[in-house]
Design a protein around this ligand. Structure first.
Ligand code: DP6
Length: 330
């Protein structure tokens, strides 16, 4: 067998309606539906090369060989991709059938890792597309999204483009990037960050008595968010995404054990964003499983929001991105 190589590009995404908790943890089937948009100015490029000469899989991210849990997670995902091959392909490649197919995975991000931008979303979306393409598998977008989900839940939302809805097994696009000129301005806060990974966090969601109320209310928030996107209604978007993020953090804070991702600067930025909005600037906040604040604004407000953020104590960096397209094979 010759080596078989392919490269794919995927973008991280920011959830407007959050995914938190799984009804099936192993399959990453979510407790609730979620909506996001892709961050087209931040990208992950991943090459997968199946090479019969390799005795073990090799994984490098941003120029560093990856080991331990992160390595296992990638290798496990390659096994899933190989497993998903149709019977005819498996029979034409015996190494695929008995699990001896080894790959060299090289992944690079244009954004810093570990700053609260979910590199696992773009990472597993790009890995899925590259691995399938390297094996010559043709899959639908829904199949690729469903496969990416098994690696990291939110990765299924990085497969389709623009504004994306993840209902259960896979995600679909509900509007193209040009639908609404929104920008995500990410305020990276200084200080020591508590690191409880989202996988661990999802597993704790049901220990909070608030999770059931949050899950039962999902259809309402989803509907408001879809309306806001369809009509480019910023006031509506702001009220529903801020409430949604606060509901997720209320669950996180009241889980057992309790997790608090916020630091003092997180509160200051929330206040500043609300103050800006009161003065007429179309900006709203959302916060993932970390202390950084994603300030979602209309593109014409970009300069003003960035200026305000840079002036704040505790803001270490500011990263921005427009709405991006789907993941693709290069
Ligand atoms: C807070 O998709 O990172 O960003 O499935 O364990 O990889 P795993 O979790 P992940 O969880 C994302 C959580 C979130 C909210 C969201 O993106 O919807």
């Amino acid at each position: 067998m010759q080596t078989q190589k392919a490269t794919a590009i995927a973008f991280p995404n920011i959830a407007l309606i959050k995914y938190w908790g799984n009804r099936d943890q192993a399959l990453r089937l979510p407790s609730n539906e979620s909506i996001s948009f892709n961050l087209g100015d931040l990208r992950t490029t991943t090459s997968v090369e199946f090479d019969p000469r390799l005795t073990r899989d090799e994984v490098s991210i941003d120029g560093h060989a990856v080991a331990n849990h992160a390595y296992e997670r990638v290798v496990h995902h390659l096994d899933r991709v190989a497993d998903s091959a149709p019977a005819a392909l498996k029979h034409s490649m015996p190494a695929l059938l008995d699990g001896r197919l080894r790959a060299r995975v090289v992944s690079n991000n244009t954004f810093p890792m570990g700053v609260g931008i979910a590199s696992s979303a773009s990472g597993f979306a790009a890995l899925t597309l590259a691995a399938c393409a390297a094996l010559g598998m043709v899959k639908t977008e829904a199949e690729l999204s469903g496969l990416a989900r098994l690696g990291s839940g939110s990765a299924c939302r990085s497969v389709p483009g623009g504004f994306v809805l993840w209902r259960d097994a896979y995600a679909v696009s509900i509007a193209p990037p040009r639908q609404w000129n929104l920008v995500d301005i990410i305020a990276i806060v200084a200080g020591k960050h508590k690191t409880v990974g989202s996988t661990e966090g999802h597993a704790l969601a049901d220990t909070s008595p608030l999770q059931i109320a949050r899950v039962n209310d999902t259809a309402r928030r989803l509907n408001l968010c879809e309306q806001a996107i369809a009509h480019c209604d910023f006031e509506l978007l702001a009220s529903v995404i801020e409430q949604d993020a606060l509901m997720m953090h209320a669950v996180i804070m009241t889980s057992q054990p309790s997790i608090i991702y916020w630091v003092p600067a997180t509160f200051s930025i929330i206040e500043a964003v609300r103050e800006l909005r009161r003065s007429g600037v179309p900006v709203a906040f959302t916060i993932d499983a970390g202390p950084n604040v994603h300030c979602i604004c209309e593109a014409h407000a970009l300069k003003q929001v960035k200026q305000a953020l840079w002036q704040m104590d505790g803001v270490r960096d500011v990263i921005q991105s427009d709405v991006g397209g789907p993941a693709y094979v290069v």
